[in-house]
Design a protein around this ligand. Structure first.
Ligand code: FEO
Length: 400
């Protein structure tokens, strides 16, 4: 019944949209949903590349049966074992008991652990191949993009790269599957957010994978999330390349917490001074309202980060501490840092923020400002000076 999108001759899209889940990995908001992409190659042998989240296995299996049109499934290639892609493997095996599962040694160890599957496996190593008849698929290891077992599959016939999570993005496929069939602008910010949330810690492995891919002639990228990239391959690769090198745009994120508005007044003064001194991208995040997912996206995107925190129970404001920990885990590099804070009887926050910048090995810009109780004229001037120092440093780096 279901007509499957043919993205190249005898290569079908059989993925699904998840419009139900509120949080990806039960952590990251999905305001526009997410797709779990899988692809079916029909040749002398039939080959499925990846599966989908188990919640969508029923529709997924029906799509595969429709595209197979009475044939059986010979191979499943598993590029990535995270359950958003491997969740349907056990049910797929029940439906097609003879299907041989292609993966590397790490994939197969995880197949045993997650699904108890230990037979009918075909192990491949770096550069290994599988002939499907008229096509030859080759396998290229991409460890830690985003798990250790991740590999890419390349079809030399149509020059298609099946790239697991790489070049993926949040957002469902609303009718079109290939980027030529849609306005891709809505995926741009969501790709940065997806990268920073999910892959952000693994900049080094992403760079290694990109170097490996440069040897392949790639005309189509089939990621496990988001559009099939064809017309906009260059842009997708460039976003992943830039973010994995921690390159940033000349803007400033102001991340602050405030219980009664005193720290917020300092943030306002810093922002006004940034604008006065020529910064046009100033991104405000009240940590009590902004989800960490969006804070991470902007920290990955922009060069400057200025953090303001009240002292709370002798420590940082708890939500600031939580956001900074997520940044630290991702080992974000080469940011310009500024800080300010307020307290009522004992100031600790600014000291903690300085320690954070030291651990991150970031350059601290300007003089930190710490206010006791309400904002004084002297500290208001200090906030203006902090904004000015950051603006000048950003402009200096942008012109170099
Ligand atoms: Fe989309 Fe790392 O799984």
């Amino acid at each position: 019944m279901y007509k499957q999108k043919e993205i190249a001759t005898n290569v079908f899209y059989v993925g699904v949209n998840d419009r139900q889940k509120a949080l990806f990995e039960n952590l990251w908001p999905l305001p526009y949903g997410v797709s779990y992409n899988a692809y079916l190659l029909i040749d002398r042998e039939t080959v499925l590349v990846d599966t989908v989240d188990v919640c969508y296995s029923d529709i997924f299996l029906r799509k595969i049966a429709g595209a197979l049109n009475g044939r059986t499934l010979d191979y499943l290639v598993v590029n990535h074992m995270e359950p958003d892609h491997s969740g349907s493997i056990r049910l797929l095996r029940q439906q097609y008991p003879g299907v041989k599962i292609v993966g590397n040694a790490k994939t197969h160890a995880m197949l045993g652990g997650f699904h108890g599957i230990t037979d009918g496996l075909v192990e491949v190593k770096e550069g290994g191949t599988l002939s499907t008849g008229s096509r030859t698929l080759s396998f290229h290891m991409a460890p830690m993009v985003h798990w250790p077992e991740v590999m890419f599959t390349y079809d030399a016939e149509d020059k298609i790269l099946f790239s697991a999570d790489a070049f993926g993005t949040y957002g469902t496929l609303d009718g079109g599957i290939i980027d030529t069939e849609m306005n891709v602008e809505r995926f741009h910010e969501e790709m940065i957010r997806y990268y920073s949330n999910i892959v952000g810690k693994y900049g080094g492995p992403v760079q290694k994978a990109l170097q490996k891919l440069s040897a392949l002639d790639i005309r189509t990228i089939c990621s496990t999330h988001g559009p099939v990239w064809r017309e906009h391959i260059g842009r997708a690769v460039s976003v992943y390349d830039r973010l994995s090198r921690y390159e940033a745009e000349p803007g400033v994120v102001i991340l602050y917490g405030s219980m009664y508005g005193n720290t917020e007044q300092m943030a306002e003064a810093v922002a006004a001074s940034l604008a006065e001194n020529g910064i046009r991208d100033i991104i405000f995040h009240n940590v009590s309202k902004s989800h960490a997912s969006y804070i991470l996206k902007d920290v990955f995107r922009y060069r400057g980060l200025i953090v303001g925190s009240p002292t709370y129970s002798g420590q940082l404001f708890p939500e600031i501490e939580s956001a900074l920990s997520k940044i630290e885990v991702r080992e974000v590099k080469n940011r310009l840092f500024g800080c300010f804070g307020s307290f009522t009887w004992a100031g600790v926050a600014v000291k903690r923020l300085a320690e954070f910048a030291e651990r991150m090995k970031w350059e601290t810009v300007g003089v930190p400002v710490e206010q006791k109780q309400s904002l004084s004229a002297a500290n208001y001037a200090g906030c203006l000076a902090l904004g000015q120092a950051m603006a000048e440093k950003i402009k200096e780096q942008s012109t170099n």
